[in-house]
Design a protein around this ligand. Structure first.
Ligand code: GLU
Length: 469
């Protein structure tokens, strides 16, 4: 039997990190089993779907390594509508489903308002199809439905507690539960690996598989992803869109490594590992069923390590979208013609060790390209104290006299300027750094001055000095 798995997102919003995690788990499982990964877009909720969300899913998958053309699909659920209706009709004709025209109020009036589910009123009343008649599945009165789940063992659901649930609405349209099953059946899916949120649907869906005469798939419900307060990640409260992380400058490699650690870990004491190790070692049945904490701080730390591990040339390439403002990434504060690729290349290795996400590159290097630095006023006030004006005067004089404009000479020169005033280098360089870069933190100062050049450095220190008059 060839293993066939599917990833079946609904295009109703930005693609969620939890979705990316499920997609990767499906992807790896398929590879390990020599199987097939199918992408199905569940687009039947016409009111909430938008084509751009579908495009977002395809490009997000591509970004994390599930590239277009390397999987089967995308199929669209809406294209299979005929099969969904045919399955509903088969269930009705075989007596496994019946029509019902009860409103919620009818059911509540009969059963008391506490009653949570349908009471089976129309089970044996022989109501035929008609406008407003919903089709309900006749669940077995006895026995239990045992779900075989690679992560959760064999969750067992007593059939008598499963209500006769709706499979097609009053207008004849099949509901998600049925459409999803019929698609899995038509696509020959053998393993359904999906989010834990769907576990309550599973006994109902398994009953549908059985009623339609097809052996149900093996299930694997992967743990819900939660925030630091142990709340399920929500798009209204948490940063959940994969795209938001991409725009901030997370590397795809760091992201997918981190996502795979939600509920699982490679052997040894390792967390940051090459993708090939994850592909080898990941075991679906080792995934911890408890909620998985999405720790953005840890992800940031991961990303910093991935950035530092890049060859410098790749780091330079990876920064380009933020340096140029391509696609959906905000443009930098400098004009394109102000950018100097050689100057950037000169400081890139220094920046590479300091940033955790690629977007931080902009504030680290903007002083090199802007005609005058963006002054952080709070940093200015904090740094420019009594004596700063004189110190800047001395720095200008000493720098003007320098024969060789290199980091080492700049450093020893400024050190000497400070020593005359009994200041350590840290205190001496702070006003110079604010004058030249506008900030109190950033790349190593003397290397920065070397790249910025004598003339621009001196102009900036003089300008700062004038402000202090
Ligand atoms: N379309 C469903 C969702 O996005 C997935 C259902 C499934 O994986 O079975 O939640």
């Amino acid at each position: 039997m060839t293993v066939r798995v599917r990833f079946a997102p609904s295009p109703t919003g930005m693609f969620h990190v939890g979705g990316a995690r499920s997609a990767l788990q499906n992807w790896i499982y398929a590879r390990q089993q020599g199987g097939v990964f199918v992408l199905r877009i569940e687009d039947t909720d016409a009111a909430r779907n938008k084509p751009e969300w579908t495009e977002g899913i395809l490009s997000a998958l591509d970004w994390i390594g599930i590239s277009r053309g390397s999987y089967e699909g995308p199929y669209f659920q809406s294209e299979n509508a005929g099969e969904h209706r045919a399955a509903a009709a088969r269930l009705y004709e075989s007596g496994r489903a019946y029509y019902c025209d009860c409103t919620r109020e009818d059911v509540q009036a009969r059963t008391g308002s506490q009653y949570q589910g349908y009471d089976g009123y129309h089970r044996d009343r022989g109501l035929g199809p008609g406008p407003g008649h919903a089709l309900r599945f006749r669940t077995p009165d006895e026995g239990a439905t045992v779900v075989v789940d690679l992560i959760r063992g064999e969750p067992t659901f007593e059939n008598k507690l499963i209500e006769d649930f709706v499979i097609a609405r009053g207008d004849g349209s099949p509901v998600f539960l049925l459409a999803n099953v019929v698609d899995d059946m038509t696509m020959g899916i053998t393993h359904v690996i999906r989010a834990e949120e769907h576990l309550p649907n599973t006994p109902k869906q398994q009953l549908l598989w059985e009623a339609l005469g097809v052996k149900p798939p093996i299930w694997a419900h992967v743990p819900v992803v939660v925030n630091e307060k142990r709340q399920k990640l929500s798009k209204r409260r948490d940063k959940v869109a994969l795209e938001a992380y991409r725009e901030e400058g997370y590397l795809a490699g760091a992201m997918r490594n981190y996502l795979m650690l939600l509920g699982w870990a490679p052997s040894g004491d390792r967390e940051i590992v090459p993708w090939s190790v994850i592909e080898d070692e990941f075991r679906l049945d080792e995934v911890n069923p408890s909620p998985a904490f999405f720790d953005e701080k840890k992800l940031r730390a991961f990303n910093g390590e991935y950035i530092r591990a890049l060859p410098v040339a790749e780091f330079v390439d990876a920064c380009q979208p933020w340096l140029t403002g391509t696609g959906t990434i905000a443009p930098p504060p400098w004009q394109p013609e102000e950018f100097d690729a050689d100057a950037f290349a000169a400081v890139a290795p220094l920046a590479q060790t300091r940033i955790a996400v690629l977007s931080e590159i902009v504030s680290n290097v903007d002083f090199l390209f802007l005609a005058s630095p963006l002054i952080d006023e709070a940093a200015w006030t904090k740094t420019m104290k009594d004596g700063s004006a004189e110190l800047l005067d001395d720095a200008v004089a000493a720098f003007e006299a320098l024969e060789s404009w290199d980091a080492e000479s700049l450093k020893s020169t400024l050190e000497a300027v400070g020593a005359e005033r009994g200041l350590k280098l840290g205190k001496t360089q702070a006003p110079v750094r604010v004058a030249v870069t506008g900030r109190t933190v950033g790349l190593p100062l003397f290397e920065s001055l070397e790249v910025l050049g004598r003339e621009r450095t001196l102009t900036r220190i003089r300008a700062a000095r004038l402000r202090l008059v």
